[in-house]
Design a protein around this ligand. Sequence first.
Ligand code: CTP
Ligand code: MG
Length: 250
Amino acid sequence: MSDDSLPSPAGTRTAAVIPAAGRGVRLGPGAPKALRALGGTPMLIHAVRALAASRAVSLVVVVAPPDGAAEVRSLLDAHALPERTDFLVVPGGETRQESVRLGLDALPEGHDIVLVHDAARPLVPVDTVDAVIEAVRDGALAVVPALPLADTVKEVGAAPAPGAPEPVVATPERARLRAVQTPQGFDRQTLVRAHRTVTDEVTDDAGMVEKLGLGVVVVPGHEEAFKVTRPLDLVLAEAVLTRRRLNDGF
Ligand code: CTP
Ligand code: MG
């Protein structure tokens, strides 16, 4: 928790919804991804601490695996979390979109700004969280942290036959592309409206706001906000934690 992180001025309270209901199929067999350990602590607890580290965040809503809400409640009870922050746990749904909507449904009145943060991004620095909140406070309806791409991206078409190579149909100009992370930050009413009206499948919440025809802006993301998706990402996450411990003098 940094002392210089954003305080919470009267009138703008921020809540964070953390979807953590996924299975983690790409990570391989085992417990639901958010409950797996990183440096001995469940990934979800890292993610909750990362968001609660922002002094602006007064409520964290954790969207638990559908049959795991009780387990998540006891995990939150068992780990040290900031006293100034309130916590709620709700069961999630079949898709990330549904899980986020269930989290939004549980939000009490009185929070004007909502962050949505993947439990699978446990190491996001508080400065990134604060930068997203600040951009919403400055008037943006939707804010995403994002980074330039290292790899060139190709758009492909369907393979002409099963097993045949896919044809490349386009190469978007890399300099204009960004890889988008979380937390994504929103004016609460805008995000609630997007979740009520947009039914298309999207892979992030800001995409739903775009479908309403509203503007979304980008702030700089952070390399430590990467998503733990595949087994190699766990190796990277452990290495980041080790580096932090060394830098903190432990
Ligand atoms: N998520 C969720 N509810 C779902 C699916 C996903 O709350 N039904 C959450 C995940 O727990 C994760 C975040 O959305 O924190 C991002 O999703 P992703 O990285 O795809 O996680 P999983 O869906 O668990 O992984 P996979 O797609 O490999 O199964
Ligand atoms: Mg998924």
